[in-house]
Design a protein around this ligand. Structure first.
Ligand code: SAH
Ligand code: SF4
Length: 355
């Protein structure tokens, strides 16, 4: 059965015409799906009975089912665990911040990239999420937290499970749906796609006229090729040098600085020398970047440790001395382990115990 959230606006219109319905039905359907975020076809009261019946019998409305959620007592963030139709699970995190709310979405079940510090990739890639599965994370999270203006999810970051640019077409379509004023209507500058640095896919995204331009984040995680290749196998083929050359030449819009993400791992990439090296790597392109320092989030059995606060602050300060915009992202909802893949793991263990 098809899910109408697979379609961008043009495709939705085409589909509506194929059913022999007038074009304005697309506008009505989009209103119910995206503006009202309807949870059932019965709510769609201005559609004729026949159309509602047809939709009910031939299309599916929800791509996900909420399995469980945890809310952080520290900062109010909510981690959702969703079940897909085939039984796999993915997660999203709702992050309330001063003045706005952000949702972190997943794009794949698992991940093939294999970064050694990342829990998501432990079992490799299971499958790509569909467009509807990506979009439904937004819609169902919003429905869950409520529709009061202060609850509105204005920002979306593609930083959950998976490598977004390895699921290019579905991620692209989900961004079209998020940013289309006739659909979810979010501002382009409030959407961030985070990639581990697949160079040809980054280039493709910037050359692709139908990919709405949004913010780019790249997981650097080390400032020298050798260390980076040690923790990110992708760096063997997408070298740090080539990656930086590409990033330095991307036609980014003003105000759309590229975010360089840097997971700080104890005694691996967290020394003052590493900070100086990172500053030199950025060199004269300071205006093009901002740096996001993420102290490593340990998980049961993780091979690395988190540096202490002093060490993190030292690293941070060195970047500021070079006038590089950097900030530390202490992970949200530490008490609910809002880092990649952990809730899913707990849930899986739970199922195994029950069986
Ligand atoms: N695959 C994409 C997006 C998802 S990962 C990417 O790699 O960019 C989002 C961010 O979480 C990345 O910057 C990644 O380096 C970081 N990350 C992964 N595991 C982590 C952990 N255990 N602790 C802290 N950050 C982690
Ligand atoms: Fe995949 Fe990102 Fe995890 Fe690397 S950090 S394994 S790219 S999800």
């Amino acid at each position: 059965m098809i899910n109408l959230k697979e379609f961008n606006y043009g495709e939705l219109e085409r589909w509506v015409r194929q059913q022999g319905w007038k074009k304005f039905r697309a506008k009505q359907i989009a209103k119910w799906l995206y503006n009202k975020k309807a949870g059932s076809y019965d709510e769609m009261t201005d559609l004729s009975k026949e159309i509602r019946k047809y939709l009910k019998e031939n299309t599916e409305l929800n791509a996900l089912e909420l399995v469980t959620y945890q809310q952080s007592k520290e900062d109010g963030s909510i981690k959702f665990l969703w079940k897909l139709k085939d039984g796999h699970t993915v997660e999203s995190v709702f992050i309330p911040e001063r003045g706005h709310n952000t949702l972190c979405v997943s794009t794949q079940v698992g991940c093939a990239v294999g970064c050694t510090f990342c829990f998501t990739t432990r079992d490799g890639l299971i499958r790509n999420l569909t467009t509807a599965e990506i979009i439904d994370q937004y819609i169902q999270s919003q429905r869950f937290v409520g529709f009061e203006p202060e609850k509105r999810i204005s920002n979306v970051v593609y930083m959950g499970m998976g490598e977004p640019l390895a699921n290019y077409e579905n991620v692209k379509k989900s961004v079209q749906i998020l940013t289309d004023d006739r659909m979810l209507g979010l501002s382009n500058r409030k959407i961030t796609i985070s990639s581990s640095g697949i160079i040809h896919q980054i280039r493709k995204m910037y050359e692709d006229q139908s990919f709405p331009q949004v913010r780019l984040a790249v997981s650097l995680n080390a400032a020298d090729q050798e260390t980076r290749a040690r923790i990110m196998p992708i760096s063997e083929t997408n070298t740090l040098e080539d990656l930086m050359k590409t990033l330095n030449s991307l036609p980014i819009k003003t105000g759309y600085r590229i975010m360089l993400e840097y997971v700080l791992i104890k005694d691996l990439n967290d020394s003052p020398e590493d900070a100086h090296r990172l500053a030199r790597l950025i060199g004269k392109n300071k205006k093009r970047y901002k740096v996001n320092l993420i102290p490593f989030n340990p998980y049961p059995g993780s091979p690395f440790e988190r540096p202490d606060e002093k060490r993190v602050n030292q690293f941070h300060k060195i970047l500021w001395q070079y006038n590089i915009g950097a900030f530390v992202r202490w992970s949200k909802g530490k008490d609910i382990s809002a880092a990649c893949g952990q809730l899913r793991k707990k849930e899986m263990e739970f199922h195994i115990k029950v069986l």
